[in-house]
Design a protein around this ligand. Sequence first.
Ligand SMILES: *[C@@H]1O[C@H](CO)[C@@H](O)[C@H](O)[C@H]1NC(C)=O
Ligand SMILES: *[C@@H]1O[C@H](CO)[C@@H](O)[C@H](O)[C@H]1NC(C)=O
Length: 314
Amino acid sequence: MGRPLFLYIFLFYWHFLTALFTVEAPQSLFTVERGNNVTMQCTFPVNGELEFRDLSVSWEKKDESKQVYVLHKGEEDFKNQHIDFRGRIKLLKENLNLGQSLLQITDVKLKDAGVYRCVIVYGGADYKTIHLKVKAPYRIINQGVVSTGHNEWKLTCQSEGHPEAEVIWQNRNHEDITDKASTRFETGSDQLYHVTSTLTIKSGIDEIFYCIFWNKELQENTSAILHIAADGILQTESRRFVGAALIATAFIGSGLLLLLCIRKGMQIFYFRASQLLSLCSVNSSLLSRMRQTFTTSFLGPKIKEKKKGFKLVT
Ligand SMILES: *[C@@H]1O[C@H](CO)[C@@H](O)[C@H](O)[C@H]1NC(C)=O
Ligand SMILES: *[C@@H]1O[C@H](CO)[C@@H](O)[C@H](O)[C@H]1NC(C)=O
């Protein structure tokens, strides 16, 4: 097993050579956004050209004792690398010559957060710890505005992030109305918080409300403006209005044409009615419907009579 062996070597040197060999961590805290890359760094003394065969480097996640990376006497060893880090770890070897142990983690996950130990054995042995913080800002807020009738509205803001955020609601004057809201948290396997907050409130049209996702730990605020607009309702109302106007126009128009046709129709014999109707309208569906009406209400009985007559004849 690579790790215990490594630890023995480390402990052996630790007792005798700490004073002679020191590892430094120029930056002891890294904060990175989920999905990004991070390169953590330790430095160690190299006098002259680096002897690769004498160098052992190890990175491990301290809190869970997960092996992240091992270079044992100049040879990389991925045998005992923890599955969490598989395929996402790279030690920038060209920098070792400069006395830098640079560990790159790509596509950083929320669970990568924690304390890392960078151990270096090169003649002497020493280690330093580095803290990695991973954040997931509540960047995109999905919002919903639904009328529940009687001037009451249900406003919803939904987002994902980490760590847990407090959702604050404000009215147009930025007065806190959070007590009228309820907020629900769900966590997935990815440690991401799925936060849904719903505000139920009485309000007139043309009001605005704010929902703020307050990530206290990161001191970050993300907000959305919810607009109770007349749009939604007016649109349908105006559509209804336009529809009514169209129907009215068509009705009056067809009424007038009908009168005209009746007047003309009265002047001629009923059996010429079909000719007249084709004069009045040929293609318009409206007029053809009107013609139908005209035919059935004014000429219908006569045609029927005629048909009866025909029937009698045949
Ligand atoms: C992270 O590093 C990988 C490999 O070096 C690269 O392909 C990728 O574009 C980097 N991602 C970001 C967000 O910088
Ligand atoms: C975030 O918003 C809350 C509520 O409005 C406020 O109390 C807090 O100071 C804000 N924090 C930052 C960092 O802007």
